[in-house]
Ligand binder design. Sequence first.
Ligand SMILES: [Zn+2]
Length: 387
Amino acid sequence: MWYFISPEIVYGEDALSRLDELEGKRAFIVTDKQIVSIGFVTQVKERLYQAGIDCRVYDEVESEPSIETVKKGAEAVRIYKPDWIVGLGGGSVMDAAKAMWVLYERPDIEPAEINPFSPLGLRKKARLITIPTTSGTGSDCNWGLVLTDTSEQRKLGLGSHEAHADIAIVDPVFVIGMSPQLTADTGMDALTHAIEGYTSNWKNDFCDGLCLKAVQLVFQYLPRSYHNGQDEEAREKMHNAASIAGLGFGNSMAGLAHSTGHSLGAVFHIPHGRTVGLFLPYTIEFTATVAADYYAEIAHLLKLEHTEIEKAAFSLAQAVRQLAQNINQPLTIKDLGISNSSFENSLPKLVSNADMDTQTVTSARIPTTDEFEKLFRYAYDGKTVDF
Ligand SMILES: [Zn+2]
């Protein structure tokens, strides 16, 4: 038995007007200072006030939110006693909103105890709305959340089948002004979700179509979004792609680009999408033999030059590198400005983090410690290795 879980998804132009129909008394808006400063919080508050709902704003969420931040936020939620929690922002904000909501409902548990196997009994006090302001994370549509354990320099991939939004509002108005760098980072994250969701060992019939559609949309519209942020069609398509991929991989799983990306990001403090996107071509190559058919299907869909089973994975990895290059993303760890000595010193930590990451278990091929080392070294300078 397995589940396919989805929020009500309201998307496209003017999706935000869904808030006009909302019923409730108090909404607790979780966001960050940047989102406040560009006026998005005001837009959401105005809608909620018009619907007769009082609001409180919590804007203390940092990028890659820590356990301390969500505990502090949960305390503020408990004092305010809302019946809606609204996560308005990128993945960090929406993940923090999910965690604060869980802790509000279940003050007896620690964030690290959120897992897919223990029922939480949520929605007794509040429900959750997610409003993404980037096109990549997919957190608006799935039940996963990533928090950072700052003392251990490690990211915790957590999730519960109940920890999904009741309503996801996917309105392109929030992404039209995204910077090229944020567009590139988050867009590569969406692509990684889509490809990993299609090839993880938890892939399934309900997610395959979503993942394939998202791959196609990202290849078609990410370069346009990056090179011309005002291209409304491309922005809307990328915003949809991110949520479609979120739904797809959220109901299957991600894989090694995520476990290695989480690890590198936690040690060297690099944004999530940039690290997972960097690892994606390397991990496609590493899993080439075990997921050959799936890569061939993706290569066929993208009309790549080589779609035969033996070559398709390498052809796809190459296409991912070309896309990354087109939008000025780093292709190697070295490109991130990390010196060889600092990389080598961190290698044992990088390997052990990745080995413990929940996304490793669901990868199409699980590396040994030696293979993890090779994979990281390969991604360091792009010099081909034999797996
Ligand atoms: Zn991701």
